[in-house]
Design a protein around this ligand. Sequence first.
Ligand code: SAH
Length: 294
Amino acid sequence: MNRVYNEHHIPVLLNEVVENLIWKPDGVYVDCTVGEGGHTRAIAERVLPYGGRVIGIDVDSEVLQIAERNLLSYPNVQLFKFSYVELPVLLSLLQVHKVDGLLVDLGVSTYQLKAEGRGFSFNQDEPLDMRMNLESELTAYHVVNTYPEEKLADIIYNYGEENFSRKIARAIVQNRPIQTTRQLVEVIKMALPYKEVHNRKRHFATKTFQAIRIEVNKEIENISKFLEFAPDYLNPGGRLAIISFHSLEDRIVKHAFKNDKRLKPIGDFISPTTFEVAENPRARSAKLRLAERV
Ligand code: SAH
């Protein structure tokens, strides 16, 4: 499908990822969340000349088409429409037993936010969708219009860290059916006190939209599953790099790195510089954590 899209995604913590992930120039690296291919390209530049191998996966077939275009000058990069939760299946299909580095960027791609009709953005009026994988069944419409009030409130609280979660969940349930992102924004607005609605730092719908997106795409479940099996697919010395944008995700990554006997954390987390945040506000809450396979 051709959607209107005239922007590009700026990769977050790019140098920090490349410097820390690539320890063996002729190794095998998997970018588990290719997006528009920003990190993939930098990894390719660094390892392909030395005989390294780069595999990239994403669940979003439309984003992958953009990545393919952005990576035209790196025909050796192998791209696949796959979920990183199914990485073991892909590696076995490719007959790759172990790799030297795995990158997961838990953000949302600019394409998903800005291309018309994906339903991720509170700045546009679109059907409630928010699926990264366009073949999956669960949409934001389903979450918003069929989940029980209690479950919605918990999702908005846990995944959105929204203090007014109960009020928002109640307003949603009372105003069903909610068809579009604009309608959802209006319902959230009704549920919030004046001060929140006029908060200048952050749009008042940000947290609720984030929460619904995380639920629709099973983002917390996915990263938890990934962390269970990923160390088994790394060669000794192999590295795991995870960029999170949310304290719940970061906590999961931090604990896994600390408590997993197969892994040794490398330093503390890395945050973007103030310069990077000024250039790319989306980087604001990013945290990069690294671990090494012992
Ligand atoms: N690093 C990329 C941006 C990644 S944005 C760049 O520099 O361009 C995060 C991407 O992760 C999105 O494109 C999203 O579709 C993808 N994603 C989310 N969940 C996924 C999963 N389970 N498996 C594979 N990709 C996933």
